[in-house]
Structure formats: structure tokens, C-alpha cells
Design a protein around this ligand. Structure first.
Ligand code: 5GP
Ligand code: ZN
Length: 141
């Protein structure tokens, strides 16, 4: 897709530090390196975000994630964990609109990455929880 930096990276028109490639996915170091080895896994097909995937796209892309996570773990045995982050749409912090999954190795609680769900207490009643679950469940197809 024209003017998409990640499509240009896949094509080799913009340089990248590649860690893995096959017919469906391309994985390369995120330029910011929030932690050492911070990697982006992207579909070769230009999909904007998670809402753009069909089942086959998802099977092709998400199936590769454990393989790349395990490579990170083997490369950096000092790694003690890994966060997988996938931002979808601007409100949710997506800045590049070619879908990508961040694999962020974790080395210590004091590293550069933090993720918090806040101190949210669930104030919803069991009836509200049931209604929420049912609203979603009836839209799954
Ligand atoms: P988002 O905020 O959309 O989830 O993440 C986009 C990521 O793409 C950011 O972490 C940013 O550092 C990375 N990024 C943006 N432009 C480039 C680039 O040209 N090369 C590489 N390797 N990473 C990029
Ligand atoms: Zn693209």
C-alpha cells in the first residue's frame, strides 16, 4: 500500500533490522527498542488493524508469535518475561496503521516498559456482567 512505512519496510524500500520473514509475516526490531529486542511482527498483507483480519490472516500471523517469542528468549536468556502488545486505532495508541504486534522482552520491573490497568474496582453487578457478556456473545460469528 502506498505511503505505508511498514509496507515499504517489507519491500526493502526502507531499511530495517529483520529478525524473521516467511511468506506471510515479517518481523523486525522496533526503532525505539523500549527494551532490548523489542520486535514488531507484521502481516505482509496490508491490514490496518485487528478488525481488518479474517480467520486465515489471523491464523497465519498469530501462529508465528510463539516462534519469535521463543527466539527472543533463546537470544537473551536473561529475559524474565515478555509483553505482547497490539494497539488498534488511534485512541488505543496505534500510530502506524499497518497492523503490528509488539513483542517486548522484560528484564526487570525497572526497565523502560510499564503497563497498568489502573486501580479499577469492578462496581458492576452480576446482572450487568451477564448483560455485557451476552451482548458480546450474540455478536460472535
Ligand atoms: P504503535 O504505537 O502503532 O503500536 O507502534 C508503532 C511502532 O512503530 C512504534 O513503537 C515505533 O517506534 C515503530 N516505528 C515507527 N516507524 C518505524 C520505522 O520506520 N522503523 C521501525 N523499525 N519502527 C518504526
Ligand atoms: Zn502497509
Amino acid at each position: 500500500m502506498e505511503n505505508c512505512i511498514f509496507c515499504k519496510i517489507i519491500e526493502g524500500d526502507i531499511p530495517s533490522y529483520k529478525v524473521y520473514e516467511d511468506e506471510h509475516v515479517y518481523a523486525f526490531l522496533d526503532i525505539t527498542q523500549v527494551t532490548k529486542g523489542h520486535t514488531l511482527v507484521i502481516p505482509k498483507k496490508h491490514l490496518k488493524d485487528l478488525f481488518d483480519y479474517n480467520d486465515e490472516d489471523a491464523a497465519q500471523v498469530f501462529a508465528r508469535l510463539p516462534k519469535i517469542a521463543k527466539a527472543l528468549e533463546r537470544a537473551f536468556p536473561e529475559m524474565e518475561g515478555l509483553n505482547m502488545v497490539n494497539n488498534n486505532k488511534e485512541l488505543a495508541y496505534q500510530t502506524v496503521f499497518h497492523s503490528h504486534i509488539h513483542l517486548i522482552p522484560r528484564y526487570s520491573k525497572e526497565d523502560q516498559f510499564s503497563l497498568s490497568f489502573g486501580n479499577v474496582e469492578n462496581t458492576r453487578t452480576p446482572e450487568e456482567m451477564t448483560a455485557i457478556a451476552e451482548a458480546i456473545a450474540k455478536k460472535v460469528n
